[in-house]
Ligand binder design. Structure first.
Ligand code: ACO
Length: 358
């Protein structure tokens, strides 16, 4: 029995290869750093979706139009979403989108994620949701809807690099769940909602908010030692460290760190984060010598999203806005197998009295 399924191969995929020993991530034939540097969000989505739909339209225009339609559709429901916690509000918004399998439904889901995330950000700040601008790039518009003002070119590029970096990552929990749902032939929307629900947990996509809570709790590098010791003594996990597959540094951490470096607003926090990271890695190496624990993607995600002025309650929604393209590609790939996912279990409960006697 393998409770974490780590030794189970449950899919063949052309989408991404997570090389845990080498610390390398290949997304459809491209190293993650190349993809993040060279591709816009739209180009990365087209790259992931190629061959999975009969025809994929020019995504910039199609996504822009879909954002406008999604905003119109959701308008009357914004007030009901406002009191919910961020990810729950996003999940509720997704349930209003079509639950079909065609490319228009896929584009609608990607658009809905962005529009709803922007609206949630505005409503949490006590403001009215900002309507989308169909003419801009998707990532630029997402940041504009979240903050209520147009981002600089560097900021827009930084968010795009983030969305591309986290677009796909093998058979992680949320992708696996999305593929399971797809295998039952439920719609794309159902699979995406399931993926988002899995992403919400703090061991998966819910970690970056708590990374900032941890940095706030530590406060200064010279207080790190005692803080870390106390946290480990309480049996806590240090957020942004460790990974099920990587036995070395998560390559996405360095992609995002260099993106933060390109932003003028992040320097103070980045310096503190780097100093604390060093102390944490030393401590984890000393405390868990048998298990190589290193920095994962969530550590520098937190620093990057904070530098972009995104509130920490929204971090998991942002992760969903990027990962949704990967979930959709995996759903299409899973449908291609035509096979219902249905693992076996070993029964260890009581037997009826008559079979025990026999
Ligand atoms: N802090 C402290 N100890 C840790 C951490 C951590 N971040 N990660 C693992 N450990 C410890 C475990 O407690 C365990 O100790 P033990 O053997 O004394 O019981 C040992 O290291 C081995 O743990 P693993 O089995 O290797 O961990 P697992 O593969 O189950 O967990 C996970 C991976 C969930 C990511 C874990 O490292 C963790 O909880 N990290 C913190 C949360 C986090 O950053 N999540 C984001 C991951 S990236 C992503 O999903 C996008």
């Amino acid at each position: 029995m393998d409770a974490g399924l780590e030794k189970v191969v449950a899919a063949e995929t052309v989408l991404s290869d997570v090389q845990g020993a080498e610390g390398r991530l290949i997304i459809r034939g491209k190293d993650v750093d190349t993809l993040a540097r060279e591709f816009t969000f739209e180009q990365a989505a087209s790259h992931l979706w190629a061959g999975f739909f009969d025809a994929t339209p020019e995504l910039r225009t199609a996504l822009g139009e879909a954002r406008v339609k999604a905003f119109e559709r959701m308008k009357q429901d914004f007030a009901r979403l406002a009191p919910l916690p961020e990810v729950d509000a996003l999940r509720a918004a997704l349930s209003l989108a079509p639950d079909r399998h065609d490319v228009a439904a896929a584009i609608d889901l990607v658009a809905t994620m962005a529009v709803a995330t922007g609206a949630i950000a505005q409503m949490k700040a006590g403001r009215t949701p900002v309507a989308p601008d169909a003419s801009t790039l998707h990532g630029t518009d997402l940041l504009r809807m979240i903050r209520g003002e147009a981002p600089s070119t560097e900021e827009a590029r930084a968010l795009d690099a983030y969305l591309v970096t986290i677009s796909d990552h093998g058979l992680n929990a949320s992708t696996f769940v999305a593929r399971c749902v797809a295998s039952t032939r439920a719609g794309l929307g159902s699979a995406v909602i399931a993926g988002l629900s899995a992403l919400k947990g703090p061991l998966h996509g819910g970690a970056p908010g708590p990374v900032l809570d941890m940095l706030d709790g530590i406060g200064a590098a010279d207080r790190a030692e005692g803080w870390i010791r106390n946290a480990l003594d309480r049996g806590e996990r240090l957020m942004g460290f460790g990974h099920r597959v990587y036995r070395t540094r998560d390559p996405r951490a360095d992609v995002l760190k260099s993106v933060v470096n390109s932003l003028p607003t992040s320097s103070g926090r980045l310096a503190l984060a780097q100093a604390i990271e060093g102390r944490i890695l030393q401590k984890l190496a000393a405390e868990k010598p048998d298990r190589k624990l290193d920095t994962n993607v969530e550590y520098y995600t937190a620093i990057l999203l904070e530098a972009l002025g995104i509130p920490r309650g929204l971090f998991t929604c942002l992760f969903g806005c990027g990962r949704v393209t990967g979930w959709i590609a995996h759903v299409r790939e899973q449908l291609g197998t035509g096979r219902l996912v249905r693992p076996a279990s070993t029964y260890v409960g009581p037997m009826p009295a008559d079979s025990v006697a026999a």
